[in-house]
Design a protein around this ligand. Structure first.
Ligand SMILES: *Cc1c(COP(=O)(O)O)cnc(C)c1O
Length: 479
C-alpha cells in the first residue's frame, strides 16, 4: 500500500513546507528514497542546484527594472557542496567565500578570482595571500587586517583589491562586531601605503531581513563612496551583503495559527516538555524572535524593489542615487539563493516512550544535521514508507529524537502526528534544508560520520566531490 507523504506525518499545529517539483518527484518514489539511504547512509543530503539560477534571476530582474546593475555573489557558507559552486559559475554569478578552503575549491572549480569576495571573519595569512595572488577582493573588517593585507601585497609585489566593511553609526541599526565606522576607515586608509591597496567597494552585511534597514545603511554608504572617490579611490560597487528574505511555508495562515496556538498552549502540548521556542511575551501571539521567520513577505525580487525604491540621499530613490554614481550594487545571498535546492533524508531506527510516557521516534541522524543557529527547524517533515519498512505501529503523536547521547537531543521540538503509525525503516524527509540547515552546525561528535551529499544529475544521483575525503560508504550504511 502506498501513502501520500503528507498523510503520514504532520505537526500537531501543521507547518507545511513549500516544495519544488524535483522534491515531489523524489518523495513520490519511496523506493528511490530508500535506495539513497541504503547506498549513502542515514542521513543523506540530496541536492539539486537548478533553482539557483532562477533565484538569482529574480533579483537581477528586479534591479534591472530600476535601472540598477546587480552583482550577485552566492554566499558559499550556506551550503558546502561543490555542486553549488558549479551552479553559481554556470549561472554567471560571483561567490562570497569565508575561508581558505572555500576559496581554494572555487578557484580549482574554475571560478575567476575577479568574481569572488572574501568575507571571512578571521583571515589567515594563507587566505590573504591566495586572495591577493588570485585578484580576489578582500572585504576588510578592521585596521589590523588592513595592515596584514598591505604586508602580504608588499611581500608578493601585488596590489590588493579591497572593500571596506562599514559598521553603521546610525542609531536605528543594531551595534555590530563587524567592520568599522566610515570615519575610522577614512583615517586608517589615509595612513596606508596607496601603492599596495585599491579600494574598490564599500561592504556591509546586516542581521535579519529588513529592507528598511538596508536602505538606512545604503543612505550612509553613498556619501561615503563620494568621499572615498574624492580621495582618489576608484570605488565601483556597494555590497549590501546577504539576509535577503525567503519563505519556507506553503501557507501564511499556518504560520499565524501556529504562534497563536503556541501562545495558548498552557498545557505544553505542542512542543517538547512545553518549550516556548523563545517566545518572550506570553500575551503576544507573534513569532518568537529566536526563530527564523519561516513565513515572510515580501521576498527576494519584491524585497529588493522595496530597497531600491526607498528614499535616497538626493531626494529621489536609492536606485537613482546608485545609477547617478554609476555604482554597481552587489549582494551576497546565502539562504535565499539555495531556496528549493535540498532535502535531508533519514530513516527510522526505533520507536519507544520516555519513562514518563512521551512517545519517541528515533532517527539515524543527530540534531546538528538539520539545524541552523535559530531555536528550531519549524517545518513538518514529509514521511516516506518504502516497501522495505517494517510493520507500522498504532496511530500516534510524538517527537523525533536523534543519535547524540543527551536528553535534549530533539531533531524537532514540535509534537508530530502520525495517523498511520510509524514503522522501522520509514524515512523522514526534511524539506528545503540546503540553506544552512545541512551544514552550518553539523558535527561529527561520538565519531559518527558527517552526512554525505548527493547531487541530482541528468540520470540519477552522484556523490558531491566535497565528500571526496569522507570514509567509505560501506561503513555508514545500516544494511
Ligand atoms: C552569512 C553571510 C551572508 C549570507 O547571508 P544570508 O542570510 O544567508 O543571505 C552574506 N554575507 C556575509 C558577509 C555573511 O556573513
Amino acid at each position: 500500500m502506498t501513502h501520500d507523504t503528507h498523510q503520514l506525518c504532520e505537526g500537531v499545529a501543521p507547518l507545511q513546507a513549500r516544495t519544488e517539483p524535483w522534491m515531489e518527484d523524489l518523495l513520490a518514489d519511496s523506493e528511490q528514497c530508500a535506495a539513497l539511504v541504503r547506498e549513502y547512509g542515514s542521513p543523506v543530503n540530496v541536492l539539486d542546484f537548478s533553482p539557483v539560477a532562477r533565484n538569482a534571476r529574480e533579483l537581477e530582474d528586479a534591479a534591472r527594472a530600476h535601472g540598477v546593475t546587480l552583482g550577485v555573489c552566492v554566499a558559499r557558507k550556506a551550503n558546502k557542496a561543490l555542486g553549488l559552486v558549479h551552479a553559481a559559475r554556470e549561472a554567471g554569478l560571483g561567490i562570497d567565500v569565508s575561508s581558505l578552503a572555500e576559496l581554494q575549491q572555487c578557484l580549482d572549480a574554475g571560478v575567476a578570482g575577479e568574481r569572488m569576495i572574501v568575507t571571512a571573519a578571521v583571515k589567515s595569512p594563507a587566505l590573504i595571500e591566495l586572495a591577493v595572488r588570485s585578484r580576489v577582493t578582500l572585504s576588510l573588517d578592521n585596521a589590523d587586517e588592513l595592515e596584514a593585507v598591505v604586508d602580504v601585497a608588499e611581500r608578493v609585489g601585488a596590489v590588493a583589491r579591497v572593500a571596506l566593511r562599514l559598521a553603521s553609526s546610525d542609531g536605528d541599526i543594531a551595534a555590530t562586531r563587524f567592520g568599522l565606522t566610515s570615519q575610522a576607515w577614512d583615517q586608517r586608509v589615509a595612513a596606508a601605503p596607496a601603492q599596495h591597496i585599491v579600494v574598490e567597494g564599500v561592504h556591509f552585511h546586516l542581521n535579519a531581513y529588513s529592507a528598511r534597514e538596508r536602505a538606512v545603511v545604503l543612505r550612509e554608504a553613498l556619501p561615503w563612496v563620494d568621499r572615498l572617490r574624492q580621495a582618489g579611490h576608484p570605488v565601483t560597487f556597494v555590497d549590501m551583503g546577504g539576509g535577503i528574505p525567503m519563505s519556507y511555508l506553503a501557507h501564511r495562515e499556518q504560520w499565524t495559527r501556529f504562534w497563536e496556538a503556541l501562545n495558548e498552549d498552557s498545557d505544553g502540548e505542542l512542543t517538547w516538555r512545553g518549550d516556548r521556542l523563545g517566545l518572550v511575551d506570553p500575551h503576544a501571539a507573534r513569532p518568537s524572535p529566536a526563530m527564523y521567520p519561516y513565513w515572510q513577505s515580501p521576498v527576494r525580487g519584491q524585497w529588493l524593489s522595496d530597497v531600491l525604491t526607498a528614499r535616497g540621499i538626493d531626494g529621489a530613490t536609492i536606485a537613482a542615487d546608485l545609477t547617478a554614481r554609476e555604482l554597481e550594487l552587489r549582494c551576497e545571498p546565502g539562504r535565499s539563493i539555495v531556496d528549493g535546492c535540498g532535502m535531508t533524508l533519514a530513516d527510522v531506527a526505533f520507536r519507544k516512550s520516555t519513562s514518563d510516557g512521551i512517545p519517541l521516534v528515533g532517527l539515524a541522524m543527530n540534531r546538528t544535521q538539520v539545524r541552523s543557529t535559530s531555536v528550531d527547524f519549524l517545518l513538518d517533515p514529509r514521511w516516506v514508507r518504502p516497501a522495505s519498512a517494517g510493520e507500522p505501529g498504532q496511530p500516534m503523536e510524538g517527537f523525533l529524537v536523534g543519535a547524540y547521547c543527551v536528553e535534549e537531543e530533539l531533531l524537532l521540538r514540535r509534537r508530530l502526528r502520525f495517523p498511520h503509525g510509524v514503522a522501522r525503516g520509514d524515512i523522514a524527509a526534511f524539506v528545503n534544508t540546503a540553506g544552512y540547515l545541512m551544514h552550518i552546525l553539523e558535527s561529527a561528535s561520538h565519531q559518527l560520520p558527517l552526512a554525505l551529499n548527493v547531487v541530482r544529475t541528468g540520470t540519477g544521483w552522484a556523490r558531491d566531490q566535497i565528500d571526496a575525503g569522507a570514509p567509505a560508504v560501506a561503513h555508514r550504511a545500516l544494511a
